[in-house]
Design a protein around this ligand. Sequence first.
Ligand code: SF4
Length: 273
Amino acid sequence: MPSQLTTLSQSSLQDYVDCARRFQLRYVERLSYPAIESEPTLENEKHQQEGEYFHRLVQQYLIGIPAEQISKLANSANLQRWWENFLADKDLRVLKELRGLLPESTLSAPLGKYRLLAKYDLIAIENGKATIYDWKTYRKRPRNEFLSARMQTRVYRALLAHAGAHLNNSTPFEPEQIEMVYWFSDFPNEPARFTYTSAQYKRDWDTLVKLADEINSASSYPLTDDRTKCSYCPYRSYCDRGVRAGDVDQAEAEMEAEELFDVNFEQIGEIAF
Ligand code: SF4
């Protein structure tokens, strides 16, 4: 078992699936970001910070702060546009009226020798149905096929089915009662929705258990064969795969937006030791 590692999350599992070496550097050796992820740096950092701030604005809104008050805090062009898009979405506006609204919720459950942990932007419960919302401030709208295969989509739905009974009068949610929605602040009319089935849940949970076992018994962490994953990876200087960060325009053409611009608080929390 990798020393000191006690929890797994969608981001650590995604790293493991993408590149075992990156998982090792980030979660076993606990190296924080040694290199910027991509250039131009300042612009990306600003975008990430705005993304983080946007999450806070939405959270404030969902806990009852009036929209007019929050609007004053949307003080950049991006934030203003994202916030206006959020308010203009009638499906999101009505969320506030639901009683079962759980913004910034955390669920966890044992997974092999570890604890699987997930932090949800929002779980909305209505009429026995649980909808997971995740706010994304990507510059590109990823394909549904890409999102569907992401560990986040699999972990979030599986963990809610597995460990969400306390949110449903002590009765576990049936997978068929669970849906996950990615809402894109720059593509408000194109949310990605993923329903769930018992068969998918079984497949996902079996995969998660298998991954946890594999991680627990790992004795080596090979570098990925897919070198496109290296061009934006913050650890490339440790792998002799280039010191200078990849150029965003070129990288964007090769990769999905999420890998470049995800704002991942869960991951930030995990590596901030
Ligand atoms: S640079 Fe490439 S091989 Fe090294 S950790 Fe990153 S993705 Fe893996």
